[in-house]
Each structure stands twice: as C-alpha cells, then as structure tokens.
Design a protein around this ligand. Structure first.
Ligand SMILES: Nc1ncnc2c1ncn2[C@@H]1O[C@H](COP(=O)(O)OP(=O)(O)OP(=O)(O)O)[C@@H](O)[C@H]1O
Ligand SMILES: O=C(O)[C@H]1CSC(c2nc3ccc(O)cc3s2)=N1
Ligand SMILES: [Mg+2]
Length: 545
C-alpha cells in the first residue's frame, strides 16, 4: 500500500546503462581514465606536481600488479589508506579498485585508540600510510598483525624498521604493465564492497559504512548534474579530506568525469586562498566552516577569488545568511548545497544552477526515492510538514560492517534508510534540512533546532563562531545555551548575545540557558559541530574569557 503513497517522491530515473556494460567498478574506472589520456588529472596544490590521467592509470596498474603478484592482494581483500590528500592516495585507491579489493580510508588525525577502532572495523590486509601519521598508524598496525600483513609508507624516509616498505621503492623498478590488457576480475557489483567509509563520529563512535561498487557507480553522474550550466575550464579544489565520504566520492567523481582536481593536504587559511588564486579554481567543494571563513575572515580580502564560479557546500547545515554574506563578499555565481550521509555514498539531494532556492539543499537525485515520516508514529507526511527524512535508492549503503543491529535500526524491512535528520520538502520537491533528530533541544515541549540559533548568531559581526546545546532543566526539560567565539578585539557580554537572539526568535528559541564564551567550537574533520563535546563542557567551570 505504502508504495503507491502520493507523498513518496522520486528523483529522475538513473541514466540508462550507467555501468556502461562494464563487469566491475575497476573496468569502468579504467575506461574513464583512458578516455582522458594525456590531460592533467591531479595537481598537488602545495608542490604543484602533476599527474596526468594516463600516468595515474599506469601507476595504478603497476601497483595493482605488484600487490597481486608479490603480496597476494585479491578481490575482496581490504586495503587501508591513512593519509592526507596527496597524489599517492588516488593511485593506491585505484590500484585497489582494479584488483576488486575494498578500500578503507581512515582519518589520519585519529589517536591510537581511534585507529584501533577503525582498523578493527575494516581489518585491512595492507595499509598505505603517509609520514604525517605514520608513527601512530604503524604502532596500531603492529598491534593488529593478525590481519595487517604489510604497511607501505609514502615519502622518502623510513625510520620505522624493515617490516615497513617504502611505497616509492616498492613501485619503482617494477615492469611497466599494459593498462589495456591488465586482467580485471568481473564482480557482482551489487554485492561487492568497494569502500568502507568511517562515518564522522558526530553522534557516537564512527561506524564502518559498506558502499558497494554499484553505490559508487550510482554517484558518478552527480558532477555532471552539478555543473549543468557551466562553460569554461573546470578546475576543482579538493580540500575536503579524502578519508571522508564527501571528499573520497568527490575525488572519484572528478576523476571519472575528466576534470582537473587541485588537492590540498589540509585546510590552512592562506594556503586555501592562495591555491584558489594561483590555480584559478572554478569549482570548490566546501563545508560550512569554510563558508563562515569566507564570509567573515579579514584575510579573504587579500586574495583574488574571482575565478570561483561555484561553491558546492555540504556535510552540515549552511544558513542562508552565511551563503548570502559569501555571495556578496566574493561575488561567486553559484552557491549550491547538497545533503548526504556516508550511508548514502555521496549527496542524495543537490541544488543545481537552475534549482537553488535560498536555504534549500535542492532536489532528489536520480535513482532515489524519499519520504518524510512522523518520528513518533511513522506516518508519511506531505509537503511542508517536518519529519524524519527517509531514503531509498542505488546509493544506499549495503550496511554497517560487523554491526547487523545498527544496520537493521537504520535500514528498515522495506529498504528505507532512516536518516535521523529532520527536514521537509516543499510543493516543488525542494528539500530543507532542519537538524538532527538526536540534537533537537526540547524546551517546554517545543523542539528547538540548534542549527537555527547558530545561524542567527553567525549573522552578528562580533561573533566568529557559535555552537548551541540544551542544558538539562527540571522544569523546562532543556534550556538552549550558546557557546560563542568572539571576533578578535571585540567585547561582547552574555546579555548582549541573549538580546541579539531574543530580537530575532520566538520565545522558545531564546538562550534561556545562557552564553559561554570559548576560544573555539569543537568540530570534526568533515565540518560538523561536535555538540556532544559542547555538552561535556557544560559541566566544566565557566571560563573567564
Ligand atoms: N547539507 C546538509 N545540511 C545539514 N546537515 C547535513 C548536510 N549534509 C550532511 N548533513 C549532516 O551530515 C550527516 C552525515 O554525516 P556523516 O555521514 O559524515 O556522519 P555523521 O552522521 O555526522 O556522524 P555519525 O553518523 O558517525 O554520528 C547527515 O546525517 C546530516 O546530519
Ligand atoms: O555529510 C556527509 O557525511 C557527506 C556524505 S556525502 C555528502 C555530500 N555530498 C555532496 C555532494 C555534492 C554537494 O554539492 C554536496 C554534498 S554533501 N555529505
Ligand atoms: Mg550519521
């Protein structure tokens, strides 16, 4: 009965023959890389070193052949990558895909404990690590030699011992392999896991999200959907970490759509701005903290950012006000939002140049269905009625590795993925995200979205950043409280901040719990506010800031 429900909305059908008749993701990737031969695929934004498409494929094939013949890496084995964005990363990623192996990118800033958690989720047979995190990562690998059989180290020096192999040494002196004839095993793309992505760990320990080869292929047309109305060179800035779904799938998307990607190993203010100016970047994938930086930081005025045609923002709430500030300040043509989860491969909902209502995250992508349900009753809701967003489609994950319960709690028996996010769609099918179900503040029976109050606080020129949580309260349930980071050299009192919000909100959304002044708002690598860390700060004595 539900399937015919008029409130279930669908995106366009997937492009016909999306797998192009290829028997595996590896075969499709080879076809796409060959198509673009001698053009530049990747530029290291720090060292300006370049990798052309054919070079990328030749290196990946050579590495794949060596891994198969010398280490015995087979289809179905897991290959871990613990590295910042650098040119060896896509070579290792594509080599694994050519072997039909599963890739587990892991956050290089993890502590040893977090590495243990991530490694025991995906149990990689081999690990590629960069010097940045090698010491911690190799210690964690050595604690897990029951499954980690070999560590390869990027860079020139290996102070860690003979059990670690230098990637460049391993790859050099290898016979050249003809990329056209390299044997790639056909796989069952619907079942075969291509990526195990760690979710961001915003609401708890990161989960191991299994994305099949078919999930990855389903995401490939996104870029052409996003750049529908753009003429001119596409020079994309890749600063979103490739160990996160947003960054990794964007990297694969760019390389399968013959674009040029300029990579940055991390976000550093001057490097980010000078990279855009020097390489004349036209498309920049960003997360909201970068948008707040572009909106408010004085350094931005020192750089020529006129090459930017489109900013593509996702991974966390972006307010209309912040987007307007950026548009006004740097004159970018498009600011397009998208909404996704690690569990949905890449975005499920994106704005395009001709579909971008202010504050919306856009419309459903092809091959996707959505419904909005009342979190209490499960009843399907209609347009403009906020509820939990649920999705179905070819981008929905296979499940959480080693966690059947969490999988069944997230994907129901009818195959609907329950996002845990509250939002609605309007009469035109454009989606609006309110906040996470788990993070709504309950004040006297009202549901107060922290993101809405944070958006208001960010419009105050004296405020650099803000994070809002609920303070437990006997009478009201929870009281909204704001952690605030002042702009440098300004003074701001608690009363001023409370007044500023009170003038702009209904009574329930006012800062009844007060204001705490802090030096920074804790966020994770994919730009999300770690409100559970803010809640932990509630129990600490007020700072004298
Ligand atoms: N455009 C957006 N606007 C608002 N929120 C967004 C947007 N895009 C993504 N999100 C948020 O990011 C979440 C997906 O993030 P991700 O999969 O990286 O892990 P996480 O949910 O933050 O962490 P974890 O699942 O480990 O607790 C979505 O559920 C949603 O809450
Ligand atoms: O929040 C996340 O975890 C990630 C998972 S993938 C994702 C997004 N992907 C896109 C792609 C295009 C775009 O314009 C925005 C997003 S958000 N968000
Ligand atoms: Mg999540």
């Amino acid at each position: 009965m539900e399937q015919n429900n008029k409130f279930i909305i669908s995106g366009k059908p997937e492009p016909v023959n999306i797998t192009e008749g290829c028997g595996s993701l590896g075969i499709l990737l080879r076809k796409r890389l060959l198509r673009n031969g001698d053009n530049v695929a990747l530029v290291d934004g720090v060292y300006s070193s370049e990798l052309r498409y054919l070079e990328l494929l030749e290196k990946a094939v050579c590495l794949a052949d060596a891994l198969r013949s010398e280490i015995g890496v087979r289809s179905g084995d897991v290959v871990g990558i613990i590295s910042e964005n650098r040119l060896e990363f896509p070579v290792s990623l594509f080599a694994a895909f050519l072997l039909g192996a599963t890739v587990a990118p892991i956050n290089l800033t993890y502590t040893e404990r977090e590495f243990d958690h991530a490694l025991n989720l995906s149990k990689p047979k081999i690990l590629f690590v960069s010097p940045y995190s090698a010491e911690r990562a190799i210690k964690a690998a050595r604690r897990n030699m029951n499954f980690v059989k070999q560590v390869f180290l990027y860079g020139e020096d290996n102070p860690y011992g003979a059990d670690v192999m230098l990637y460049d040494e391993f790859l050099s002196k290898k016979p050249a392999i003809n990329p056209h004839t390299f044997w790639i095993e056909p796989t069952n793309m619907e079942e075969h896991v291509a990526l195990i992505m760690c979710s961001s760990g915003t609401t708890g320990l990161p989960k191991g999200v299994q994305l099949t080869q078919r999930n990855v292929i389903a995401s490939l047309p996104i870029l052409s959907e996003l750049e529908s109305s753009f003429e001119g060179p596409r020079i994309i800035l890749g600063v979103i970490p490739w160990f996160h779904a947003f960054g990794c799938l964007t990297l694969i998307n760019v390389l399968c759509n013959q674009q040029k990607l300029v990579s940055l190993p991390k976000f550093e203010e001057g490097l980010f701005l000078s990279c855009i100016e020097n390489y004349r970047c036209t498309f920049v994938f960003v997360v909201p903290p970068l948008m707040v930086f572009l909106a408010k930081h004085p350094l931005v005025d020192n750089y020529d950012l006129s090459s930017i045609y489109t900013l593509l923002c996702g991974a966390a709430p972006l307010s209309k006000e912040t987007a307007d500030l950026v548009k006004k300040r740097i004159g970018v043509k498009n600011i397009l939002q998208g909404y996704g989860m690690s569990e949905t491969t890449l975005a499920m909902v994106v704005q395009t140049a001709d579909c971008n209502k202010p504050g919306s995250v856009g419309k459903l992508l092809f091959g996707t269905k959505a419904k909005v349900v009342d979190p209490e009753t499960g009843r399907i809701l209609g347009p403009n009625q906020p509820g939990e967003l649920c999705f179905k489609g070819t981008q929905i994950m296979k499940g959480y590795i080693g966690n059947e319960k969490a999988t069944n709690d997230t994907i129901d028996k009818e195959g609907w993925l329950h996002s845990g996010d509250i939002g609605y769609y309007d009469e035109d099918g454009e989606f609006f995200i309110i906040d996470r179900l788990k993070e709504l503040i309950k004040y006297k029976g009202y549901q107060v979205p922290p993101a809405e109050i944070e958006a208001i606080l960010l419009t105050n020129p004296k405020i650099k950043d803000a994070g809002v949580v609920g303070v437990p309260d006997e009478a009201a349930g929870e009281l909204p409280l704001a952690f605030v980071v002042n702009q440098p050299n300004v003074t701001l009192t608690e009363a001023e901040v409370q007044q500023y919000v009170a003038e702009r909100t209904s009574p329930a959304k006012r800062l009844h719990g007060g204001v705490r002044f802090v030096s920074e708002i804790p966020k994770n690598a994919s730009g999300k506010i770690l409100r559970r860390e803010l809640r932990a700060m509630l129990n600490r004595p007020k700072s004298k800031l």
